[in-house]
Write a protein that binds this ligand. Sequence first.
Ligand code: XIL
Length: 359
Amino acid sequence: MSQRLTRFLRLSAVGAAAALCAALTAGPALAGGGHDDGHGGHGHHVKTLGELAAQHHRYFGSATDNPEFVDQPYLDILGDQFNQLTAGNALKWYQTEPQQGVFDFGPGDQVFNFARQHHQIFRGHTLIWHNQLPDWLTSGTWTADQLRAILKNHITQEVKHYKGKIYSWDVVNEAFNDDGTYRQTMFYNILGPGYIADALRWAHKADPKAKLYINDYNIEFTGPKSNAYYTLVQQLLADHVPLDGVGFQGHLALQFGFPDLQPNLQRFADLGVDVAVSELDIRMILPADDAKLATQAQWYSDVVKACLAVRRCVGITIWDYTDKYSWIPQFFPGQGAAHPWGLNLEPKPAYFAIRDALK
Ligand code: XIL
């Protein structure tokens, strides 16, 4: 555990406690945060997920998105329960550099400032990804030199904007296909695989203290894609590229079975990097029923236990905490109910299972 994370976490424990006190003073509107679990009576402090995680020197965080910032009951839980936030969209390239060389950190700052006010550490997501790119970039024809300069400037400006204020960056997102071959993105096609090391070096130069991650899905289990990352991490470290961690997104689905997460996290940690579960959600084929929700709760608990069992697993981020603002139904039609809180911001069995696993 780095000193930096420990310091951040100390601040966040204080912040979460302060936020809970504020909520208690404000009245009984504590959906999800202040229910009585049998351990404390009225007015008794029920520890938040962030506070429970901090006891293990971990964070427990959530993604959030700008349209949700009008929903005060949602924000109350967001500010109260978590000691880490990720902006779900606000720091993607289409938002931060909508025209070439013109940067907009308004949406990112909105999420970042909320996190800071609530003493939550912040993960930056994401600098290089093949999705949600601005039109000027995807419609252009670029030489390798031009694209390299564009990438360098994008990374440098964005990372500098949050320099010294951010815990980590997902520098490169989803660089591999499921079969372990490099994804044929415009970056790979024009620059070759070296763009990953370049990106990490530029990001490190712009903020030497930020932890730098590569991040992907379907690497929770051992297989060709996770093996490709394993080899890449070995190579990057051997080349002294500034890589600090690997993010395991964790977009799990009940119908596909639970991954061999803990041994897989452990083998990366053993290479000498941090690991994090960076975008956890556990979807199911709808309709949800009690049996599926119970299995989901068990899986959430098992993810928490896997992280706690691996010393270098620094924390878990859920990809928004409530079904109310889930990205799943739109991207996986017929599936959903993936989050620990329900459509009315009510805690589901998964929430209680996470708490128990963190105790
Ligand atoms: C998703 C967002 O949650 C959606 O709002 C958006 O429409 C698409 O992207 N992997 C990632 C995230 O790394 O950035 C994605 O977020 C989910 C999959």
